[in-house]
Design a protein around this ligand. Structure first.
Ligand SMILES: Cc1cc2nc3c(=O)[nH]c(=O)nc-3n(C[C@H](O)[C@H](O)[C@H](O)COP(=O)(O)OP(=O)(O)OC[C@H]3O[C@@H](n4cnc5c(N)ncnc54)[C@H](O)[C@@H]3O)c2cc1C
Length: 286
């Protein structure tokens, strides 16, 4: 199941575990502010091979127990053996965590040539099957979707087939990679529908606040930047106030159109900050 009360209006935020204790304390304050916005759930990323892995479960447990908000633990399988994954899932269960976003992840820069062997999972669909095999319906399982196709997928149709294999393996819902052209999301949903995928596909939204960072980030994750976005943001790249204002305006328009055309919710990549998601959400909820 999608971890929300009303799947038609699911609002969620994504956090990442900070690297320092100071950052962690700051995040706890941000979580309090984000929970005051009454999201349906908050998810926390899992560093593929990074040192902050154990923090994911701490953050998820904190959100659930301290604030009574559903929280989703991302779990990536690169660099982990199946036995290790089983231990992590058992630890989640011990902590009463019911929500997992099942991912493959990417080999981290310290291990760029890492390849899965017989003791590892190759694709996230295998991780989804494994979770269902060992835990039945205990977990609600989300998976990642790529409206423009994953960076390494041969094309968008094949990518949609891969997404279907995750759903067939037992996933309940999809959260998408960020995108800026809503048509990519609508086309993606049509492709999935043709394949018989009817699970909720929640669009991932990144509010644009920094033009240079946007270019770097999109190059890494494979999201394209439409000409319209360059036209709006490039001329004001050196003016933080104007960037913020334009970023809020762009995100509000994007979110409104998505919801108007039937998106089942919005998942904000809020980069561990409350602002400007708070302003965007207020406008979208009006
Ligand atoms: C919402 C969201 C949250 C994320 N959270 C994290 C996080 O917490 N930590 C992190 O490190 N990364 C995270 N990522 C990034 C993600 O791990 C990478 O994009 C990764 O490259 C793909 O992960 P996946 O789960 O989609 O992998 P897969 O579904 O396994 O896909 C990986 C590659 O294999 C191909 N493929 C998939 N299935 C098959 C198949 N059956 N046969 C052949 N090829 C196949 C795909 O086209 C793709 O190229 C997130 C991405 C999204 C969209």
């Amino acid at each position: 199941m999608l971890p929300v009360a009303n799947p038609k209006t699911s609002i969620s935020f994504e956090l990442f575990p900070p690297k320092t204790e100071e950052g962690y304390q700051k995040l706890l304050a941000t979580i309090e502010q984000l929970c005051a916005l009454k999201p349906d759930f908050i998810s926390c990323t899992y560093g593929a091979g990074g040192g902050s892995r154990e923090k994911t479960l701490d953050i998820v447990e904190h959100i659930q127990t301290q604030w009574g908000i559903k929280a989703v633990a991302h779990l990536t399988c690169v660099l982990h053996t199946k036995d290790e994954i089983l231990n992590i899932l058992q630890e989640m269960k011990r902590r009463h965590i019911h929500q997992v976003l099942a991912l493959r992840g990417d080999p981290p820069k310290e291990h760029p040539d890492w390849q899965p062997g017989p003791k590892n999972f190759k694709y996230s669909c295998e991780l989804v099957s494994f979770i269902r095999q060992h835990f039945g319906s205990y977990f609600d399982i989300g998976v990642a979707g790529f409206p423009e196709g994953h960076l390494l997928a041969p094309n968008r149709d094949v990518d949609a087939q891969y997404l279907k294999s995750k759903i067939d393996a037992g996933a309940d819902y999809v959260i998408t990679q960020l995108f800026f052209n809503n048509q990519d999301y609508f086309d993606y949903r049509s492709r999935l529908k043709k394949l018989g995928v009817n699970k909720p596909v929640i669009p991932g939204i990144l509010p644009i606040t920094d033009y240079q960072a946007l270019i770097k980030f999109c190059a890494l994750c494979g999201a394209s930047i439409p000409a319209q976005v360059h036209e709006i943001f490039k001329p004001i790249a050196d003016n933080p106030e104007k960037m913020l204002e334009a970023g809020i305006h762009f995100a509000i328009q994007q979110c409104r159109q998505l919801l108007d055309k039937g998106a089942p919710g919005l998942h904000f990549y809020c980069l561990n900050k409350t602002h400007p998601v708070d302003v965007i959400l207020k406008a979208v909820r009006e």
